[in-house]
Design a protein around this ligand. Sequence first.
Ligand SMILES: Cc1cc2nc3c(=O)[nH]c(=O)nc-3n(C[C@H](O)[C@H](O)[C@H](O)COP(=O)(O)OP(=O)(O)OC[C@H]3O[C@@H](n4cnc5c(N)ncnc54)[C@H](O)[C@@H]3O)c2cc1C
Length: 466
Amino acid sequence: MSNTVPKILIVGGGYAGFYTAWKLEKLLGRNEAEVTLVDPLPYMTYQPFLPEVAAGEIEPRHVVVGLRRHLKRTTVIAGKVTGISHATKTATITPIAGDESFEQGYDQIVVTAGAVSRTFPIPGIADNAIGLKTIEEAVAIRDRLTSNFDKASVLPAGPERDRLLTVVVVGGGFAGIEVFAELRAYASSLLKFYPSLAFEDTHFHLIEAMGRIMPEVSQKTSEWVLADLAKKGAFVHLDTQVKGAVDGVVELSTGENLPTDLIIWTAGVMANPTVVRGSDLPVEERGRIRTRPDLRVGTDEEIVEGAWAAGDVSAVPDLSGGGVGGFCVPNAQHAVRQGKLMAKNLVAVLRGEKPKEYNHKNLGAVAGLGLYNGAFQSGNIALTGLIAWFAHRGYHGLAMPTWERKFRVIGDWMQNFLHGREVVTLEAVQKPRAAFEEFAARPRPAAPAADAPAPAEKKAEPVAAK
Ligand SMILES: Cc1cc2nc3c(=O)[nH]c(=O)nc-3n(C[C@H](O)[C@H](O)[C@H](O)COP(=O)(O)OP(=O)(O)OC[C@H]3O[C@@H](n4cnc5c(N)ncnc54)[C@H](O)[C@@H]3O)c2cc1C
């Protein structure tokens, strides 16, 4: 192959990166460009389904899209980009195996490395809480809650049983409220399998520092959600902060203490610090890559040629006039559409044409709040309850990339409708060798050899002394 073929390097195969690569495969002619995608994970995660995975509504593997299966013309590298020197057009890649990082040259770089959970230095949070950004976290949450039901079912009523059956979610944004409501519904559905446990034994608390939840919906809709949660035994503490979580005791600014075995942190995200700090690309005040409406890195005045960014890692101006501070908010709606436009713009630039500007008016927000319950808001239109739940399933069922994945997710929903949701824990998978190790035959310790010489003092013992 001629080495004049332009090299496109995509950093991160989540929403924006996956869609960029997927669309590029459709748009690029043969030998028009070489596309390489770097991600430490072999899949793109459909994050809006994480709350339903945590609640046993969808099988975990069904909400991820295998990169190698669906990106047939893209070279996938299993590793992290830990440095970008755009001045020399090289990226440093740290592969997931082996000790050596290596440098990868490129002509065009697409930074789509997403965001990570944003925490504050609250004692105990880093050690005791879990986030909800990855499929592994969603599975661990589901397994922990289910295992805790098993443990609690054999304990007498008391503080330890209460601790196991207490769930604390921090952050009342969309993700926090969705996982809180889904887990509450899951816990309620588990009770029928645990005759020794009653509804009153389960405790659900969500802590929100602001005076309201879900800023994406109207005040009225958010109040409906609060009232609905309270009716179901899930309590939201507004205007309350977490002061500590040492040894699993969540200490609130109100003076209340909540001993718990499950603290889920969903209080915000920040642009991927490894990639942002490791690069020489311009960064704005909130730590995102400064991006133009046409998705090239830079500002109106200055274009950083050959560098592009999209999704949660980037600050793309929101030309529809909607976004917070004038920028697109970090959500999948933008990441997907930016990914698709990114591919078109890259191809346009390679062909000497002008890239187009990104302009998307938010379609609204839809949340699943447990089986047959949801909330939807688009402008002044609000729906709640069953109809919003149908809107949630309809929208996300269709938005899941690839037909193969859509069928798997919709298949799970149909199975659950017929047979109920999955309620077993596979927490033991964390120690997969335990069962084997317990009974595994081991070589006996070497026996002392029969003809070994007796110890020196015995040998010297005189027979006559007897
Ligand atoms: C629980 C939850 C529910 C949500 N619900 C909704 C919803 O209902 N609607 C909505 O619009 N949005 C929703 N979102 C937000 C949405 O999922 C994100 O905005 C979207 O995933 C952002 O896409 P992205 O491509 O920027 O990042 P991501 O999809 O996070 O992808 C980033 C990729 O970069 C990779 N990566 C990380 N570090 C490196 C590195 N150093 N080198 C290379 N690759 C790297 C990661 O492994 C990942 O694959 C939700 C998010 C969560 C967590």
